[in-house]
Structure formats: structure tokens, C-alpha cells
Design a binder for this molecule. Structure first.
Ligand code: ADP
Ligand code: MG
Length: 259
């Protein structure tokens, strides 16, 4: 049964979308069956996979509205080795439209039920806020992967997010757990980065991935070519970091199963 991982951080620009797309490509390269679900109205995950978000027939919005089966919105990307359900500006209406619907926080979960068995990993790229879309992701998810930049206010933001996750565990999704905290745009020459990073490990221990994603221009360039960095510049530091992260994730998973 596929594991649904929500990539969440209410802060924008921390590397959620970059991590979704590149981790998807790296897991696919490790022969895992992977689906990306773009739940952000900006549709950047779709773009990063080379999908023209305005030309697609269906998006994640149609799944939330129960107008289609999730299978109808899946776009296969054989050259990249994984599939994507795109998102676009239609999703901005979801917040209001869902208000009057039943099971409004369970719409994504309901939609994914049928397709979960066909994937090993379903990565949900969340918008930069704790809104109804993110709530749907956190209810549908088995775990949360939190990308964060080691900046001055990052730990405060993380504490708020942990509070939200705890609330969700206590109410709508008791099985939700933390997949891991990922340090992104990491600059090991910066004193501040090092300090915040140390505090992070002190507080969250082995929840923090050992793999850090360095700041790497190739990661920023790749989306404009509609490609994960693995296909844009395989030997780049960014590419190697995401391959290492996928390896760390898979190892953790198999250790857990073995124990
Ligand atoms: P989010 O989805 O959290 O808003 P993004 O993944 O879109 O964040 O990243 C924000 C910006 O930073 C994008 O322009 C992206 O290309 C760039 N970026 C993300 N990760 C890195 C990195 N490790 N090195 C350099 N640029 C990065
Ligand atoms: Mg994003």
C-alpha cells in the first residue's frame, strides 16, 4: 500500500516543491512507484515536471470536488519515471467551495483511496499556509516531511507547525507521524545556519535527516526546463543530495520494517 507523505511548511520558499519533484525523481530512480500530487494553486510542482498546468484537463481540484476519480487526473511521465496529478489556480477556489461540502477535510483522502495500492510513495506538495488544502493533505497523509531553511525564525515556525500536527493527530488523523525534517538551501559556511542546525538536531534528534540539501543553482534552474535536477544535471550537488536523501529514506523504512 502506498505511503502518502505531505510536504508541508507554512512558510513559502523553503523548498517544498523542489523537494517534492526531486525526491520523486530520486525515488523513481530507485525503482519505486511514485506519484506527485500538486496541491498548491501556484502549480509549481506540475511545472517542475514539465506539465503545462493551464492545458491539463483535470487537476487535484477536481478530485477535491469529487467531480472525477483520481485516476482520471493522473499524468504519466514515462521519461521521468513517475506520475503527477497537477494543480493550478483552480485550487484557489477550493477553500470556499469546500466550506459547504461534507467531509471537507477528507476529500483528498477519499480521492486517493483507490489509487494508493498502485504506488509506493505519494508525495503531496502543499501550499505555503495551513489552510483547507494543507488540512486535506495532512488528513490523507501517513507522514509529514518538513523542508526548512536554517534561518533565525525557522524554529519558531517549526514549533507552530508541530502544534498543528499534534492537533491533527489528536483529532482527524491519529496515525500521522513525522517522516523527517529536511534542511534545505544549506550553507555550511554560515555561522547562523550551523547554530540553527545544531539546535534543530538538539530538539528533534533523529527526526532530522542527516542529508542536507545544499544551496545549488542547478536546483533553481531545473524547473525552467521542466525537469527534475536528476535529468537536468545529474552530477550536480543538488542532484546528488536528493539521491542521498532518497537512499536515507528507504534505509530508514527498511530498518523499521526489519525491527
Ligand atoms: P516552496 O515550495 O517551499 O515555496 P520552492 O521549492 O519553490 O519552495 O523553492 C523556492 C525557491 O528557491 C525556488 O525558486 C527554488 O528554485 C529555489 N530553491 C529551492 N531549493 C533550492 C536549493 N537547494 N538551492 C538553490 N535554490 C533552491
Ligand atoms: Mg511550493
Amino acid at each position: 500500500m502506498g505511503k502518502v507523505i505531505a510536504l508541508t511548511n507554512q512558510k513559502g520558499g523553503v523548498g517544498k516543491t523542489t523537494t517534492t519533484v526531486n525526491l520523486a525523481a530520486a525515488l523513481a530512480a530507485a525503482k519505486k512507484r511514485v506519484l506527485v500530487v500538486d496541491l498548491d494553486p501556484q502549480g509549481n510542482a506540475a511545472i517542475g515536471c514539465g506539465v503545462d498546468k493551464e492545458k491539463v484537463t483535470y487537476t487535484s481540484f477536481d478530485i477535491l470536488m469529487k467531480e472525477i476519480l483520481a485516476t482520471e487526473a493522473i499524468i504519466k511521465l514515462p521519461e521521468l519515471g513517475f506520475s503527477v496529478i497537477p494543480g493550478n489556480s483552480d485550487l484557489t477556489a477550493a477553500e470556499i467551495r469546500l466550506l459547504k461540502e461534507e467531509r471537507r477535510e477528507r476529500r483528498l483522502e477519499d480521492g486517493l483511496v483507490l489509487i494508493k495500492p498502485y504506488y509506493d510513495y505519494i508525495l503531496v506538495d502543499c501550499p505555503p499556509s495551513l489552510n483547507m488544502l494543507t488540512l486535506n493533505a495532512l488528513v490523507a497523509a501517513d507522514s509529514v516531511l518538513i523542508p526548512m531553511q536554517c534561518e533565525y525564525y525557522a524554529l519558531e515556525g517549526l514549533t507552530a507547525l508541530m502544534g498543528t500536527i499534534k492537533n491533527i493527530q489528536e483529532t482527524v488523523n491519529p496515525g500521522l507521524h513525522i517522516e523527517g525534517i529536511l534542511r534545505t538551501m544549506f550553507d555550511d559556511r554560515s555561522r547562523l545556519t550551523k547554530d540553527v542546525s545544531e539546535q534543530l538536531v538538539q530538539y528533534f534528534g533523529d527526526k532530522v535527516y542527516r542529508t542536507c540539501i545544499p544551496r545549488n543553482i542547478r536546483l533553481a534552474e531545473a524547473p525552467s526546463h521542466g525537469l527534475p535536477v536528476l535529468f537536468y544535471d545529474k552530477a550536480s550537488r543538488g542532484s546528488l543530495a536528493y539521491i542521498t536523501l532518497a537512499g536515507e529514506m528507504l534505509r530508514k523504512e527498511s530498518n523499521k520494517k526489519g525491527s
